[in-house]
Design a protein around this ligand. Structure first.
Ligand SMILES: [Zn+2]
Length: 306
């Protein structure tokens, strides 16, 4: 349990072993604000429109949980994208546009990790209102109810299979795989990593009745072995938690995402969408190595390409 990392922090903050943040949260929020201000000063708020940026969310809820973005903030962020004329699409559609060379200048990919139930209540209506779409990565053993996320004392409800199937058919949310039990893939043996990657795809496909082609590495942690297993399992796209912009040449199995945090103000959001946060926070890699062990210095697979 203590070895299971998560991209941000556990429900109870920094004290929960093994599920810690990339940096202590107040420090992270302060550094984020400073970077957003620097971005605004540099660009006067004009977004960089080269390439594709994919945003990463977890929960949309007023719960006291650092993974939870308050619904009013989520609504404000989506209204901003709508008013600025952004096309907001799920991961698969974003990659199809990129592949076809038809990516509009203002395109953002939306992703939610872990499949929490509050998405149906607080994210879906906002997305539907604007005609936006999003990818939701689910951990099949937790969706199924036979497993729980290890970083919660009291886990918020996740979407069950009936809801996942209904929502997937609805078209606003498209569901993809995020392992069976949410382990740190880099910390388990070959057979376990292969099973987590492969079985989550099979289980999701059997529920949805359609091919599942995208995968999210838990906590964004992966190396060459995990990338190879993901390719062997038949996925054509996989996302990390490393920030950055995606271009036509980007590795489809190491796609970058920018996490939106619960404390982000609207300016932070604009800066993240606009290219002001395309590199990791200072000291993040060192902190993650300290926290998760030498193999976990992010990014494990460094890609200087966009
Ligand atoms: Zn996750």
């Amino acid at each position: 349990m203590a070895t299971t990392p998560h991209p941000t922090v556990g429900a109870r903050g920094e004290g929960l072993a093994g599920v810690g943040p990339s940096l202590p949260y107040p420090v992270k929020a302060a550094v984020t604000r400073a970077r957003s201000a620097a971005w605004f000063a540099r660009t006067r708020g004009r977004p960089d429109m080269s390439g594709l940026r994919i945003l990463l969310y977890h929960r949309v809820s007023d719960d006291d949980d650092v993974l939870a973005l308050p619904p009013r903030r989520f609504r404000e962020q989506m209204e901003h994208l709508a008013s600025e004329g952004y096309r907001v699409v799920d991961l698969i559609e974003a990659l199809a546009l990129l592949e076809a060379g038809e990516l509009p200048a203002r395109t953002v990919g939306l992703t939610f990790d872990d499949g929490f139930a509050d998405l149906a209540e607080h994210a879906l209506p906002v997305l539907a209102e604007h005609g936006f779409r999003a990818t939701v990565f689910v951990t099949t053993g937790v969706t199924d109810g036979r497993l729980a996320f290890p970083w919660y004392e009291r886990q918020p409800r996740v979407l069950g299979w009936d809801e996942v199937v209904d929502l997937d058919r609805g078209g606003t949310m498209r569901f993809e795989a995020h392992t069976v039990s949410h382990p740190s893939l880099v910390a388990v043996d070959d057979a376990a990593a292969d099973t987590e990657i492969r079985d989550s795809r099979l289980e999701l496909e059997s529920r949805l009745g359609r091919p599942v082609t995208a995968f999210a590495y838990p906590a964004g942690l992966f190396g060459d072995r995990e990338r190879r297993l993901v390719a062997d399992a038949g996925y054509t796209a996989a996302v990390s938690c490393e920030p950055g912009v995606i271009g036509p040449q980007s590795d489809r199995l190491a796609l970058r995402r920018r996490q939106i945090d619960s404390r982000d103000r609207l300016l932070d959001f604009k800066a993240k969408v606009g290219g002001g946060h395309d590199t990791p926070l200072p000291m993040r890699a060192a902190y993650r190595r300290l926290r998760y062990g030498s193999k976990a210095g992010a990014p494990l697979r460094t890609s200087s390409r966009a």
